[in-house]
Design a binder for this molecule. Sequence first.
Ligand SMILES: [Zn+2]
Length: 176
Amino acid sequence: MEIAGIPDPNSSSAASSASPSRYESQKRRDWNTFGQYLNNHRPPLSLARCSGAHVLEFLRYLDQFGKTKVHTQMCPFYGHPNPPVPCPCPLRQAWGSLDALIGRLRAAFEENGGKPEANPFGSRAVRLYLREVRDLQSKARGVSYEKKKRKKPQGGGAESNGNNPPPSSSSTASAT
Ligand SMILES: [Zn+2]
């Protein structure tokens, strides 16, 4: 079940034996989204010069399209996954979405000729950032992150909807 804008991170995805083609098309979409992000980047940025820091920039940029409420520590609903009334806390990309997105982009980078040792999506900074986001969101929302429910892919091109990439079932990060 999904309440508007608040994906339920607790629902496990038993039925998400994602067909490879679906994963592949999602990956291609993500890769295009990232390519467009680079194209629109000011100052211009080529893939070859893209570092982990730029990937973090990209992830933060995606946050503006996020649909996951992340409570601040001042919010009375801090730690509540489903607050009874609206609060002004920001919407962010859910950790599970980002984690899955990075996984796909990391693969796409190498499939598109990138060298594994130069893969910005596999950089330490990105891993640390994802871990930070996971901790933050699990505390703020009072939930522990396991597998995320698979959402319907959003139609359309990558342009206006680099937002909220559907999580894939590939993320196996649970408790550490
Ligand atoms: Zn709040």
